[in-house]
Design a protein around this ligand. Structure first.
Ligand SMILES: Nc1ncnc2c1ncn2[C@@H]1O[C@H](COP(=O)(O)OP(=O)(O)OP(=O)(O)O)[C@@H](O)[C@H]1O
Length: 404
């Protein structure tokens, strides 16, 4: 092949983008059908559909998977590279076109390498679509750790709107951590459906769906990878292959949100517990997740650390652009939440506003949970014959007492 002819037929960056878009579309289609199959499997378990209907759906899925595999086997970029190689082989090194032909070969090689990466990724970089504004929907969720063990989650159902702050409480062993592990895809439900923004969670799409999630764990010391705060926040961004030139801005913003911008060059190990957790929050925020899960994130902190982290959580809540799920034993924290989800022995026993849960006389005590400090004070005052309106705010309570 001659250079002139090659230039007429050669592939470009645009072709690569088109190919990527096609794979992404395929991936989305496959994911959507997988979702439907997953729901159908649950319906089959509940005998809501017949085996035949399920089989038909499965056949359709296999068809889509085949189409997808065929598109992964495209040879166009390899052919383009072969042609470019031939052009260089056919040209004399003295020819004025030799340099241009070599440049074309370099470009064809680059395109082929990029193409190989895209194939390897199989369209997973396709952004997950939000189908609705329901951050989390859990339906009919059942789970046990082993077929011989009893259920540790029994028919759990709830919906969380995007932007809400939900506190999950329950005594030890009630199933809170198990629930959060299922939500982040570490454990798989035995039965039931979980949707994040309308996307049904299953073992095949979990990596993609995780784009929606950020997690802050209990132990501030187990969450660091970088040697400085900056490097630590950068780590997740590098993993997500964020453009290097965009990183400093993202890191700065994330650090500012948790008031740690002065500490970017500090070693994480020299920080206080509260500061470490704030860095962990910044690392999660840098990836811009829609849902943030705090898994007992304040339980190992001293009172000052707890206060600092809870303040950040309240700031995040007030911005209303993140859904916050906080698993907690801190009964005072539940007052910051929009709703409280109460687990007991693997069952969801209450899901309501903090007031509804706290004012339900004797309920929290009946499942071995205390009441928030302010509610305890109010109860004692009422018992002593002082008339007052129940409130979540200490300032408000003081004002009421002051007027008496
Ligand atoms: N890896 C495991 N294998 C078997 N059973 C487990 C495992 N992890 C937890 N369990 C059991 O599952 C039940 C729910 O535990 P889970 O850790 O979800 O409760 P929790 O509410 O988070 O408790 P805590 O507040 O103590 O963290 C408990 O009965 C527990 O013993």
């Amino acid at each position: 092949m001659q250079l002139k002819e090659f230039k007429k037929t050669k592939l470009s960056e645009k072709d690569l983008e088109k190919y990527q878009a096609t794979l992404n579309e395929f991936y989305k289609k496959k994911t959507l059908h997988n979702d439907q199959l997953f729901i159908a499997k649950n319906k089959l378990l509940n005998e809501e559909i017949t085996k035949d209907t399920f089989k038909q759906m499965k056949a359709k899925n296999t068809e889509i998977a085949k189409e997808f595999t065929a598109s992964l086997k495209s040879t166009m970029f390899k052919d383009n590279l072969k042609n470019a190689t031939k052009v260089v082989e056919n040209i004399n090194a003295e020819s004025p076109e030799y340099l241009e032909a070599n440049n074309e070969l370099t470009e064809a090689k680059r395109l082929y390498e990029e193409f190989q990466l895209i194939v390897k990724e199989k369209g997973r970089s396709a952004k997950v679509v939000k189908f609705n504004n329901l951050a989390i929907e859990v339906e009919n969720l059942h789970f046990r750790y082993n077929p011989e063990f009893p259920l540790v989650l029994k028919n759990v159902n709830f919906t969380i709107n995007h932007g809400e702050y939900i506190a999950i409480i329950g005594h030890n062993g009630s199933g809170k951590s198990t629930l959060s592990k299922i939500l982040i895809g570490v454990l798989t439900a035995e039965k039931g459906i979980i949707k994040l923004f309308g996307n049904v969670l299953n073992s095949q799409n979990i990596a993609q769906i995780r784009q929606f999630l950020g997690i802050v764990f209990q132990n501030p010391d187990n969450q660091f990878i970088g040697s400085t705060v900056r490097a630590d926040i950068a780590f997740g961004l590098e993993n997500k292959r964020i453009e290097p030139k965009e990183m400093p801005g993202i890191i700065q913003q994330a650090a500012e949100k948790v008031h740690m911008e002065e500490f970017l060059d500090h070693e994480p190990l020299n920080l206080s517990g509260g500061q470490k957790q704030r860095v962990a929050i910044a690392s999660a925020l840098a990836l811009n997740p829609d849902i943030l899960i705090f898994d007992e994130a304040t339980s190992m902190l001293d009172p000052k650390g707890k206060r600092e982290v809870k303040e950040i959580m309240v700031n995040l809540r007030n911005q209303r652009d993140k859904t916050i799920l906080s698993i907690t034993h801190d009964m005072d924290e539940i007052l910051n939440a929009d709703k409280v989800l109460v687990m007991n022995n693997g069952e969801l026993v209450r899901y309501g506003t903090p007031q509804e849960v706290i004012n339900d006389e004797g309920f929290l005590e009946s499942i071995h949970l205390g009441v928030p400090f302010i509610a305890e004070v109010e109860n004692e005052l009422i018992k002593a014959g002082i008339k007052l309106n129940k409130t979540n705010s200490m300032d408000d309570l003081v004002k009421q007492l002051w007027k008496k």
